[in-house]
Ligand binder design. Structure first.
Ligand SMILES: *Cc1c(COP(=O)(O)O)cnc(C)c1O
Length: 405
């Protein structure tokens, strides 16, 4: 195996499948990140901004009414929804903006689909007065006007992408192209644990703050580790962030919940791990959704954040090795869970996080059948304010149905 594809492997997944012209940028980043990772000053600065700007540590909240409802599960919610900007994405963008400043870069670029990563990137860039260009498919720009406005309000430029399907996949290609030509001044912040080495590893480290805090908090609350960690999986960053500090604890089950969309048979879903095949996309080898001609199949989910046709290579390895398990939840059930958590806990979750919540019903059923009780840590990756408008249309009928209450 050449050096190009053997670097940054998770088992047989990952690597660095990029044109020669992109190699210098990736090598520079790998070295710079290696240095930052070993530098206490970097960690001190990051810890300061995570505390003072993001609002960390986020609480690990015992969801009592939800636990009562499930009966056999004691559920703790890791409240990433309480992070500044309303989700875990800021953990990554902030850490990387600090890295960019170390490198003397003055400009930040990123791709965005629904706009959540674009907003988190623009936020971190604004904090330090860095130039910020966000690539976004024209199709997505039309659908997500509020987030486009947020990015502009934060001082970023939103660049429309008109190639291909005019969505996230194409925006990612454009951002990589920009970076190839602009690396001297520019840092590229990928939005999840995907892309060529060192991105999946670096972003996992940024998000692992979720699992490190949760581990400490659950030990404090319960005096022992949880039986399971549960999180939704889009590209895989909030889930790997929760899982990673528990990987060596063999008794802790790791369960990732993918978007089942309209059902696996419908081909309208986002379940790359459950229903995909191994291939190469955006510089790394991993499970993907593609057809027999090798064409990427557009992912579908009611939640825009789970709508990615690939997944981080480390998850592919965790699945392959059997260390983690991946399940799916369909749109309809996620919507029910969206309402359920709102009613039971006074917490409106992001549609993405609602997938993880919904899986608890199935887990409770299995646990009951086995005659057990379990303690679960669930990553509540974001708050649902961004989804309320969409939910209003989708849920009105369901809310009239007493059965759901
Ligand atoms: C983007 C997003 C996700 C999915 O991304 P991951 O990289 O899989 O974490 C999940 N939840 C929320 C709230 C998001 O904004």
């Amino acid at each position: 195996m050449s050096e190009m594809v053997s670097k940054g492997r998770f088992g047989r997944f990952g690597g660095r499948y990029v044109p020669e012209t992109l190699m210098p940028a990736l090598e520079e980043l790998e070295i710079a990140y290696g240095e930052a990772r070993g530098d206490p000053a970097y960690h001190e600065e990051l810890a300061y901004y995570l505390r003072e700007f993001v609002g960390r540590p986020t609480p690990l909240y015992l969801a009592e009414r939800l636990s009562d409802d499930l009966g056999v599960l004691k559920v703790y919610l890791k409240r990433e929804d309480l992070c500044h900007t309303g989700a875990h994405k800021i953990n990554n963008t902030l850490a990387q903006v600090l890295l960019a400043r170390r490198l003397g870069k003055t400009r930040i670029i990123a791709e965005t689909g629904a706009g959540q990563h674009g907003v988190a990137t623009a936020t971190a860039a604004a904090l330090f007065g860095l130039d910020c260009d966000i690539y976004m498919g024209e199709e997505d720009i039309g659908r997500q006007s509020l987030n486009v406005f947020r990015m502009r309000l934060l001082g970023a430029r939103v660049i429309p992408v008109t190639s291909g399907s005019k969505t996230l996949k194409d925006a990612t290609n454009e951002t990589l192209r920009d970076w190839t030509a602009s690396v001297r001044t520019t840092h590229y912040i990928i939005g999840s644990v995907v892309g060529p080495h060192p991105f999946p590893e670096m972003i996992r480290d940024c998000q692992s703050v979720i699992g490190r805090e949760a581990r400490e908090q659950i030990l404090e609350a319960e005096g022992r580790l949880p039986d399971a960690c549960v999180a939704c999986v889009g590209g895989g960053s909030n889930s790997i962030g929760l899982f990673h500090p528990f990987v060596d604890d063999a008794d802790v089950a790791l369960i990732g919940v993918e978007a089942g969309g309209r059902g696996l048979d419908s081909e309208e879903h986002g379940a790359s791990l459950t229903a995909g095949r191994v291939g190469v996309l955006h510089g790394c080898e991993t499970f993907l959704l593609y057809d027999d001609d090798g064409q990427i199949i557009p992912a579908h989910s009611v939640s825009a954040g789970l709508d990615y046709p690939g997944v981080g290579p480390e998850h592919s390895h965790l699945k392959d090795s059997g260390r983690a398990r991946y399940v799916t939840v369909e749109d309809h059930d996620a919507l029910k869970a969206f309402q359920k958590l709102s009613v039971l806990e006074g917490i409106i979750p992001a549609f993405e996080s609602a997938h993880a919540i919904s899986y608890l019903d199935r887990m409770a059923e299995e646990t009951r059948e086995a005659g057990e009780m379990k303690t679960v840590v669930l990553c509540l990756s974001g708050r649902g304010d961004k989804d309320v408008h969409q939910a209003e249309g989708l849920l009105t009928e369901m809310l009239d149905d007493e059965e759901v209450r």
